[in-house]
Design a protein around this ligand. Structure first.
Ligand SMILES: *Cc1c(COP(=O)(O)O)cnc(C)c1O
Length: 457
């Protein structure tokens, strides 16, 4: 049990009810063989835990913006739910900005980070008054040009790479020596360049770093923030006034994919930050955070029907409808991204019985399309359901169009005290075949046959 009295068991019980309810309601079945389910109660709890954790360590009155990293779960109803819980949005593309705006997030609660912002994106962000963190000197040049031609309300900062090192997963480590993000602070002359950039631009008021995502140990995340804070202090000292008034510490709290427990918690991270970087919390700096995975991962479940149960080389193989299209990282890099699998029977009830080592395969046409390989589970039969747990972030919301597999429907659920079951709401409709054809150039069917090289016929 955590300090709020939430147990993983309660979350698991809600999930079991939701799987049963989805089968009963026909959201899941022979003709809808895969869905994504979102636990609204759990999402609200995580948002509240995040806010409470930082409220507990900051001086009263400190402005704190928790901006959800939209890339983790780019779904408009999720952004709206988080907005209701006081959470803003961190966006990194025109698409993500459009989602945040569709969810009703105000510019004042939106932060734009991306390593490849176009001139048009920057112009729009500054016109709207959205906070922008410049990734590199060339981007700062572009912002300079825009600041000459108009006054913007946008809080502006620079993203630095504190180069404190990587974690256990290279692809999500952003503070390595050669990471593509931000100004690499320990490179020759870089620190001095950053200090001068602030000296020359009184409108630069923020400093940003995001040390990495899944796989970064807490101590390394704290080190990244420590380095960022030390730089802000140095800049303000050199300028002689508190020009940097807000530090954006990024996101990256890792998620425990091995069991039901939430670990580490926001409270643990906030306390570790307070212990390691006390000056950050004494009220001189506003704070921005950008958590993604840790807010949503535990609250999402992919549930897929077992279409066929077979055996190969003595190994049982459950062929399901969830594979690379919804669990891309797990399928391609299984060592770094293992998922827990839960077995349910054809009525959506948790399956018991002796555990059997088996493969849980996806529908895609390549041999590596496995959700889990050699996993001990109650034997999955035809018509049962396999659930991939902790998939609320960077999984079913991140469809990969391999084999033209349709994007599954996504439904949010809350317990229904009247029936003891759950109530559902549609978050995203299942993709139709017409939509797949349209996305695949259906409107341009003759485009290539009518394109002749002049004189070739
Ligand atoms: C991806 C990303 C985040 C969110 O990371 P999580 O591990 O999902 O918390 C935050 N900030 C930036 C700049 C990012 O690129």
């Amino acid at each position: 049990m955590d300090e709020y009295g939430n147990t993983g068991e309660e979350r698991a019980a809600r999930r079991d009810e939701a799987v049963r309810g989805a089968v009963e309601r026909g959201l899941l079945g022979p003709d809808a063989p895969i869905v994504g389910l979102l636990d609204v109660t759990g999402i609200r709890e995580s948002a509240r835990e995040l806010r409470a954790a930082f409220d507990a360590v900051t001086a009263p009155g400190t402005p704190v913006l928790h901006a959800f990293a939209v890339k983790a779960t780019p779904l408009v109803p999720v952004l709206r739910l988080l907005r209701e819980e006081g959470i803003g949005a961190e966006v990194a593309s025109p698409g993500e900005l459009a989602l945040a705006r569709a969810a009703g997030l105000s510019p004042a609660r939106t932060v734009l980070d991306s390593p490849a912002k176009t001139a048009a994106e920057l112009r729009e962000a500054l016109a709207l008054g959205i906070a922008v963190n410049a990734d590199n000197p060339q981007e700062l040049d572009r912002i300079d040009g825009l600041m000459w031609s108009a006054v913007s309300r946008s809080p502006l900062g620079i993203r630095v790479n504190p180069q404190v090192g990587g974690g256990s997963i290279g692809a999500t480590s952003t503070a390595t020596e050669t990471s593509k993000f931000g100004v690499a602070l320990r490179d020759e002359g870089a620190r001095e360049w950053v200090v001068r950039a602030y000296l020359e631009r009184p409108w630069l008021s923020r400093l940003h770093a995001h040390t990495g995502s899944q796989g970064i140990p807490l101590a390394l995340m704290v080190r990244g923030v420590e380095e960022t804070y030390a730089l802000a202090e140095e800049i303000n000292r050199r300028i002689g006034r508190p020009q940097i008034d807000t530090i954006d510490i990024g996101g990256g709290l890792p998620v425990n994919f091995a069991s039901e427990a939430t670990a580490p918690t926001y409270t643990e991270y906030a306390r570790a930050l307070k212990a390691g970087v006390p000056g950050l919390f004494d009220g001189r700096y506003g704070l921005v955070t950008e958590f993604g995975r840790s807010l949503l991962a535990k609250h999402g479940t992919i549930v897929a029907r077992v279409e066929y149960a077979k055996s190969a080389g003595g190994r049982p193989v459950a062929v399901t409808h969830a594979g690379v299209q919804v669990a891309t990282r797990t399928v391609y890099v299984p060592g770094s991204w293992p998922l827990r699998i839960a077995a349910y029977d054809g009525k959506g009830r948790p399956k018991s019985g002796p555990e059997v080592v088996q493969d849980v395969a996806g529908p895609a046409c390549f041999a590596g399309d496995l959700l889990a390989e050699g996993r001990a589970l109650p034997l999955l039969d035809q018509g049962d359901y396999a659930a991939a747990l902790d998939t609320g972030a960077y999984y079913f919301a991140h469809h990969y169009a391999y084999n033209s597999l349709a994007r599954p429907g996504i439904y949010g659920f809350v317990p229904d005290p009247q029936t003891g079951g759950v109530r559902f709401a549609t978050v995203r409709d299942p993709q139709t075949l017409a939509s797949i054809v349209a996305e695949s150039g259906g409107a341009h069917v003759g485009a290539l046959t009518t394109l002749h090289t002049p004189g070739s016929r």
